[in-house]
Design a protein around this ligand. Structure first.
Ligand code: ADP
Ligand code: MG
Length: 676
């Protein structure tokens, strides 16, 4: 038996179950060995029923009586009386009617679940069940629980897995020996045996440590190698001109913050290098990232280099074009805007101007990536709200230049440290950790839906003093058409009753580009008091005179989304307010409590990471293909450890190709995250 032996050749696997394995993507012995348990059940530590106390507990008992009854639509409860030599207790399962058949008879089982107070009495809730006679050996009572394979019983999977012990024992080492020794890790085969057939809880921990280390090590070696490769690339050399930059800064309507200066200086220095810049500009909402990109564009234009600035929405792109135009026009730097709404002759002319260099700075949505957009000499690419774009779009834009352009990726959704180290390890990072002078923390409150009237009063008072407001309407469901309906209804309601005496605007994604632009322009110029909108304004939109935002059904939004929406206010020295109206009067979620408490995007991102996990936050487009079965990006200690090892491994100059499996995985990661 070898790793490539088809599963159908294994004892106990019939044609039917071979097919079921295949449906789950498991074809060979090697595949199944890599199929790691999701978790383990510990049946080694049982208590007598007479001694049981609340908490997670395991008992060994027979079932005396079992019955299932329907409670209401969609809920069936199975209750059982379990007995051992010392006493009896009740167990309960929700929607697991098969338990009744499973438990009938006189066999002994292990039951493991939460012993808790439920339905007015202490019960064992939703315990997992294992037949005592199915247990492998008296001593091995920690059982692996695998992801469900359709049609296959867990017991069968375990049984077949035990047939694979011999090849598992022979598993070759996949990490460099020196690292296994240096880090005191289990060998590959020991780890596999430990995770599939643990004898104790410690066995599992040791196995997981080794596997998690390996998964992160692969990722971090890839990112180190990318960094080394990038250092060999040739980019544009854009020299620093003190007078050009000083003049730009002097003509700004405000003074740059220290953090903005530092970030700008880091960029300017990168421009001077031969190697293309690869930098992430991280700064909380409202910290003033746009002007930093503008300064860099000014320097690039001075040497005849074009800049492309890509933004995720049309609203944002046209706003950026406007902002940059007013910042750069005084220096004779021209700005063009390219997006879906720019059509016909205007578009053709723009293409020509981009190609012949008449336009210095091109702002756009992903329309920028199109083939027809050809630059004369693209030196600098800035991507705003970079987490909204996939790796591929970034690469396509960078490909529009003879040499790789300097890249600045901007984001207000801070990337937690752990993620920055792994997935984005090759990026240099500038952080704007300071808000412009005079900003006051936004006053954030959760609001009961029954007290809406008071909220409208607060909005009215703000408007009376000359400020403006956003009313954000909820996501109704997955269908954006329904969101439009909801925002339209809200708009009518406010316009016809509560805010009859105010000027109200309506904004949503289904409007035509020029309609959107017109509404935004009215709101920016102050000729609309209240903007009723969907989440199309979620990122980037900058109307400093708006100081109050009311978010309906706030509980339906994610944490970073709420933080972004809130960031639409608090953009001037006026006190700003954010009201999070809940769908009903139930208890607020942890997310909502976190956002009410803190204005700090970095802190909130860490909370979000804990609550949801990185995959959810950063989207499949960016790292859906990470092979992390055991490791988590929340484990900063393990990341730091693997990072250290990856660094010394790459620096040692050892040939990666000696380690075939490692090399394959590293190549794949490099392909996913590289720039060129
Ligand atoms: P973000 O970092 O969220 O993209 P913006 O670049 O949109 O922030 O800037 C937010 C607002 O702050 C804009 O109105 C901008 O003109 C203003 N601003 C930027 N830098 C400063 C500064 N140093 N002092 C005062 N206002 C500033
Ligand atoms: Mg912005």
């Amino acid at each position: 038996m070898s790793f490539s032996t088809p599963l159908s050749k294994i004892k106990g696997v019939g044609p039917k179950s071979a097919e079921q394995f295949a449906d789950a993507g498991l074809h060979t012995v090697g595949d199944l060995i890599q199929f790691l348990p999701r978790r383990h059940e510990d049946f080694s530590d049982t208590v007598a029923i007479a001694d049981i106390s609340p908490g997670k507990k395991t008992i060994r008992a027979r079932c005396e009586k079992v019955a299932t009854r329907p409670v209401r639509r969609g809920l069936r409860i199975t209750t059982a009386t379990l007995v051992d030599d010392s006493g009896k207790l009740q167990a309960v399962w929700f929607n697991q009617p098969y338990r009744a058949t499973q438990l009938a008879g006189t066999e002994e089982f292990f039951f493991s679940g939460d012993f808790e107070f439920n339905y007015n009495k202490y019960q064992l809730t939703n315990p997992s069940v294992e037949k005592v006679s199915d247990m492998p050996v008296q001593t091995d009572r920690v059982l692996p629980v695998y992801r469900q394979i359709k049609g296959l019983k867990t017991q069968l999977v375990r049984k077949i897995m035990s047939e694979l012990r011999p090849p598992m024992t022979m598993s070759p080492e996949t990490l460099p020996e020196s690292i296994v020794r240096g880090e005191r890790l289990l060998s590959r085969s020991e780890a596999l045996l430990g995770i599939h057939f643990p004898k104790t809880v410690e066995d599992i921990q040791r196995a997981k440590e080794r596997i998690a280390f390996e998964e992160l090590f692969q990722l971090l070696v890839a990112s180190q190698l990318n960094k080394h490769d990038n250092a060999k690339l040739e980019g544009w050399h854009i020299p620093f001109n003190k007078d050009v930059v000083a003049d730009f800064v002097a003509k700004l309507p405000f003074e740059l913050t220290g953090a903005q200066r530092r970030a700008a200086w880091e960029i300017i220095q990168d421009f001077e290098r031969q190697v293309p810049m690869n930098r992430l500009l991280q700064g909380d909402v409202g910290s003033g990232k746009t002007v930093v990109a503008g300064l860099a564009a000014r320097q690039a234009a001075h040497h005849g280099f074009q800049t492309a600035l890509m933004a995720p929405t049309e609203i944002l792109a046209s706003q950026h074009a406007e902002t940059l135009s007013s910042l750069l026009a005084p220096f004779g730097v021209s700005v063009g805007l390219i997006m879906g709404g720019v059509k016909g002759q205007a578009r053709k002319t723009l293409y020509e101007q981009i190609a012949n260099g008449a336009v210095d700075v091109v702002v756009g949505t992903h329309a920028l990536i199109q083939e027809k957009v050809q630059f004369k000499k693209l030196g600098f690419v800035a991507i705003d709200e970079q987490h909204r774009f996939g790796v591929k779009q970034r690469q396509q834009l960078l490909a529009k230049s003879e040499h790789l352009p300097h890249l600045l990726a901007m984001t207000a959704t801070p990337i937690p440290r752990s993620l920055a180290l792994t997935v984005y390890g090759e990026l240099d990072v500038s952080i704007i950790n300071e808000l412009p002078k005079g900003r006051k923390p936004i006053d954030t409150r959760l609001w009961s839906p029954n007290s809406r009237a008071q909220l409208y009063e607060k909005i009215d008072i703000e408007i009376k003093t000359g400020r403006q407001a956003y009313v954000i309407c909820s996501l109704i469901d997955e269908n954006p058409d329904n969101d439009v309906k909801s925002v339209q209804e809200e708009y009518k309601k406010l316009q016809n009753s509560v805010f009859k005496h105010r000027r109200i605007g309506l904004l949503h994604g289904k409007l035509k580009s020029d309609e959107k632009e017109a509404v935004m322009a009215q709101f920016s110029s102050g000729s609309i008091d209240i903007l009723v909108s969907t989440t199309v304004v979620e990122v980037g939109v900058d109307v400093p005179n708006a100081t109050i935002i009311m978010i309906e059904n706030a509980d339906r939004f994610g944490l970073s989304q709420l933080h972004q929406l809130r960031g639409r206010v608090g953009r001037s020295s006026h006190q700003s307010y954010c009201y999070l109206v809940m769908s009903d009067s139930s208890k607020p979620s942890q997310r909502l409590k976190a956002i009410e408490k803190s204005n700090d995007g970095f802190y909130l991102a860490e909370v979000d990471l804990q609550l949801r996990g990185p995959g959810e936050i950063y989207g499949r487009s960016q790292h859906g293909a990470l092979n992390l079965q055991i490791a988590t990006l929340a484990d900063t200690k393990m990341i730091a450890r693997a990072q250290q090892a990856a660094k010394s491994f790459v620096e040692s100059g050892e040939d990666l190709l000696q380690y075939k499996q490692l090399a394959t995985q590293v190549k794949e990661y490099q392909r996913l995250t590289t720039l060129n």
